[in-house]
Design a protein around this ligand. Structure first.
Ligand code: T4K
Length: 387
């Protein structure tokens, strides 16, 4: 007798897992050639020739005076926060990767979480203003998904209260705002070149600034405070980028336009594949600006779609589409913040809403249009109101 319960489950729609954040890798031969050069020179780190070249090319690309390569985005944030002399309380969004908050708390600074604009997912300048106290020493905006913050409005708030403004631009390398590249705003901007970012140096990051004084401090800080041999003039750490990371960066820069084209194509494919599915909204990017589109983000309206965000993610995972819930549940619900500041959520209604409805889907050079059509088909089949 046939028992349906004993039937094997059908195979997932994708035979191999489809990840968010698969690295984009440029010309492999050129990368390996650069690595050969590193080995031939026997110069592996400490401001080597490839790091110097990478630094120049980054600054050129961004049209910024300085862009110092750093070992990763988190250390770059810590250095920038310290160089700006932030202390006491600093205002940040909770809707960000936890590294933004950690970079403050790690240095004994209280991250004060301000709410976001539910349309843009970025800091709401009026919410920032409400969170300012006499202990506030600065504001850290985050260009979430690579879409620039309300930069001018935040700068106004910062200026009105005499506070330094800096940006966590981890998502926004290659993006522009009103025709100027991200990297030129606030006192400084911090990039991440982590493997999962659309442009990577294996691990890495950078601090971009037009401020000569700030950059002098940062250069000392990222190299233990050394000024020349045997002369330490400052408290510093090891924030240096290695030569092999710079080799990856230089090679990736040569393919940047191609990575951006692929992400544009993929975003367009997702738009078509998801069109007409009620309750799923794909976030859009500013068309008149340069934009890396490295995150494909959809918002699930549970009532209209007939399934919750979490259910949808579970169903996608069942088909080997390893979608992510970035940045759920928000920093304020992660440790140590939820123990230290248990009331923080009261000020964050939009953060809680947005964190509960967002799904990030795979894109990048590892993702082909056919895969996107298939994901669209799955999301149509999952629609809860059909069953
Ligand atoms: N500020 C913001 C706003 C950030 O988003 C980040 C980093 C930072 C600051 C700090 O910058 P870094 O110190 O990282 O430079 C990932 C990344 O680790 C993290 O860099 C990134 N944000 C964050 C948004 O995403 P997880 O916990 O999601 O990583 P994981 O290991 O789950 O990897 C994500 C996916 O990528 C997986 O599905 C597998 C895939 N993957 C990953 C790696 C490392 C690959 O296919 N190949 C790989 O080599 O945090």
């Amino acid at each position: 007798k046939t028992s349906y319960a004993s039937y094997p489950a059908p195979p997932p729609a994708f035979a191999a897992p489809l990840h968010v954040g698969r690295p984009n890798i440029g010309d492999r031969r050129k990368l390996l050639g650069r690595i050969e050069g590193i080995l031939d020179r026997n110069w592996l780190s400490n401001h080597g020739p490839l790091v110097q070249e990478f630094e120049r090319k980054l600054a050129d690309h961004l049209g910024v005076k300085h862009c110092i390569p750093i070992c990763n985005g988190t250390v770059a944030l810590e250095l920038a926060i310290r160089a700006l002399d932030l202390k006491g309380e600093v205002i940040v969004p909770s809707f960000t990767f936890v590294a933004t908050a950690h970079a403050l708390q790690w240095q004994g600074i209280t991250p004060v979480f301000a709410d976001i604009d539910p349309q843009t997912h970025n800091l709401d300048p009026s919410a920032v203003e409400r969170m300012i106290t006499p202990r506030t020493s600065g504001i850290v905006g985050v260009h979430v998904w690579g879409r620039p913050c309300a930069i001018e409005a935040l700068q106004d708030v910062a200026d009105t209260h005499g506070l330094p403004l800096m940006f966590d631009a981890a998502h926004a390398f290659g993006c522009s705002h009103r025709g100027r590249m991200i990297g030129n705003f606030g006192r400084c901007e911090v990039f991440s070149f982590h493997a999962t970012k659309f442009f990577n140096t294996f691990e890495g990051g950078a601090i971009a600034t037009n401020d000569d004084e700030l950059v002098a401090k940062l250069r000392l800080m990222k190299n233990f405070g050394f000024r020349g041999n045997d002369n330490v003039v400052y408290l510093g750490v090891n924030g240096k980028m290695t030569e092999v990371c710079a080799a990856m960066g230089l090679t990736g820069l040569e393919s940047l336009a191609e990575f951006m084209d692929v992400n544009r194509r993929n975003h367009e494919c997702y738009r078509r594949a998801l069109a007409g599915i009620p309750g799923l909204r794909l976030i859009e990017y500013p068309v008149a600006e340069r934009c890396n589109r490295q995150y494909i983000v959809i918002e699930v309206d549970e009532n209209a779609y007939g399934r919750s965000r979490d259910e949808t993610v579970r169903m996608l995972h069942g088909e080997n589409v390893l979608a992510r819930k970035y940045f759920w549940p928000g920093c304020h619900r992660m440790e140590p913040y939820r123990t230290l500041y248990p009331e923080a959520g009261r000020n964050l209604p939009h953060t809680e809403e947005v964190a509960g409805r967002v799904i990030v889907l795979p894109t990048g050079t590892a993702v082909e249009p056919e895969m996107i059509w298939k994901i669209g088909e799955l999301l149509k089949v999952f629609e809860g109101r059909r069953s």
